[in-house]
Every structure is written in C-alpha cells, then in structure tokens.
Ligand binder design. Sequence first.
Ligand code: ATP
Ligand code: MP5
Length: 288
Amino acid sequence: MSAPTDRPAPPPTALTIAGTDSGGGAGLAADLRTFFACGVHGLAAVTAVTVQNSLGVTGFTEIPADVVAGQIRSVAEDIGVGAAKTGMLASAEIIHAVAEACRDVGIGGAGPTPFVVDPVAASMHGDPLLRENALDALRTELFPLATLLTPNLDEVRLLTGIDVRDRSDQRRAAQLLHALGPKWVLVKGGHLWTDPDCVDLLHDGREFIELPGPRFPTQHTHGSGDTLASATAAALVKGADMVEAVRYGKAFVVRAVHDAYPLGAGIGPVSAFWRLAPEAAQVEPGES
Ligand SMILES: Nc1ncnc2c1ncn2[C@@H]1O[C@H](COP(=O)(O)OP(=O)(O)OP(=O)(O)O)[C@@H](O)[C@H]1O
Ligand SMILES: Cc1ncc(COP(=O)(O)O)c(N)n1
C-alpha cells in the first residue's frame, strides 16, 4: 500500500491526568478506552502506578510531581489539549503541580480548555487512592479550576461531611461543592442504593438538572465514574455545551454498565465496546 498523499485531519484530543490500574478496568485505561470509543485521541499524564486487580488495590507508587507536570506541559505545547480530565492524583504535591501546569497552559479556570475534575479518593473496594492530607489541596487548588466536578457519594461525604440519603441531600451537597469554585457540579447517584432511577444531579449555582437512568442489578461497575467523566470530556471537546455533554456521558456509561463483564474473581469493568458497534458509531453528543 502506498503512503497517502492527503492526510486525514487530526481527531480532537483529550488529556487524562490519572493513575494506572493493572487490571485495566479503571483509571488511565478506562479513560483512554472511552476517548478512543468517542473518536477522540487520548493524551496521558500518569500520576501514579497502582497494584490492582478485580479484588482491590494492594499498593501504589506516585510519579514525581515535576514529571506529572512535565507530561501536561509537553503535550499542551506540542499537540494541544482539547479538554482535560483528572482521576487519581494521589498526593498534595501532585495536585499542586497539576493545578500549576493546568493554569499555565489554559486548562480550566479562565482558560479556554474545559477541565473535568473527578475527585477520586478511593477505589470502589474502599482502598485509598489519595493521601489523607491531600483533601484540602483538592478543595483549594483544583476545584476553582474545574469546569465540571464529578464526585461520587463517598467523595461528597469526605469533602462536605454530608451523608447523602435522598435527592434533597444531593442538592445540598451540590450547592456546597459549587461554592468551592467549580462552574458545574455533578453529584453522581450510583451509590444511592435506595434510588432505582440512579439519578446524577447537575448544578451550576442556579439550576438543578436531574439525569435519571436505569439501575442495572450488577456488581460489575468498576470504572463507571471514569467512563462517565471521560465520555463527558470527549463531548465537550466536540463542542457540546455542558448539559448536552453530561447527558451524553450518562447515556454512554449506562450502555457501558449494561454491557459490563466479569473479569477476575471480584468486580468486573464496565464496557466501552458497545460504542464500536456500527449502529452506535452514529450516536453523537446531542443525539443520545
Ligand atoms: N448499577 C448501575 N446501573 C446503571 N448505572 C449505574 C450503576 N451504578 C453506577 N451507575 C452510573 O455510573 C456512573 C458512575 O456512578 P457512581 O456514582 O458509582 O460513581 P463512582 O463511584 O465514581 O464510580 P466507580 O467507583 O464505579 O468508578 C453514574 O452515572 C451512575 O449513575
Ligand atoms: C487508578 C485508578 N483510578 C481510579 C479508580 C477508581 O475506580 P473504581 O471506583 O471503579 O475502583 C481506581 N480503582 N484506580
């Protein structure tokens, strides 16, 4: 085959700033898989390497903070970042370096690049992914830069002290978190076991938008939060507004949870494979 003379236009890009999961279910692997499935070229700044399988996380080591920041600056200067998304940030030092690098290259805050901050604190097995002293750095350094903050209910409890038991608690938590500086907050409802509608609540300081979805009776939801945030970031790169982008992210993750598969003896991952089916390739943000 001869080399093409007309090269295709490059696809949009999105950057994940996250830790690795050796089991391939969550973190960096889930983010890059979701970007790929959405037709977005994934860029990666690795923050930590975890020792992890379907049964839990038995350890992790952090990447030096200057190397994390270097990865962000390197791809921003050369390739360009259409949107960025954080996952596991591990330590206050890394959070500080990420915030500084993101500010410098226009990610989040007053910059042009949408920034989805998933304040990952622990794995779904309850194993810590963030040093205990790092919560304040998340609140004060990263949240004010976030275009969208996507806590789950355990993270809400850690960050606000609110133990969400119903939709009115979910609203109260969204208000408190919005006051910390993000433009939008999405309080995810996956852990609100009493809610059959699995409502994720989106808030911008004025309105509350409820995003219901079916709750599937499966334990295999590893990586669902990463997948939701990455699909939302992918939609933002493609020009969707926030409400449209989060609706797309939710529709994406609902399909991914529906198709989740067992892997190993514990909790299996959600699946982005559905997006590669020919009929699914037609679904774009705003059409889901
Ligand atoms: N059993 C389920 N059926 C359908 N959707 C689900 C289910 N569990 C979670 N979700 C959806 O998946 C997304 C992530 O939800 P969740 O609140 O569990 O976040 P998370 O704890 O960060 O995810 P995880 O820890 O599994 O990666 C949300 O959109 C939520 O509504
Ligand atoms: C590297 C890394 N990042 C994020 C998660 C959270 O995902 P989950 O809550 O599904 O365990 C994880 N387990 N590992």
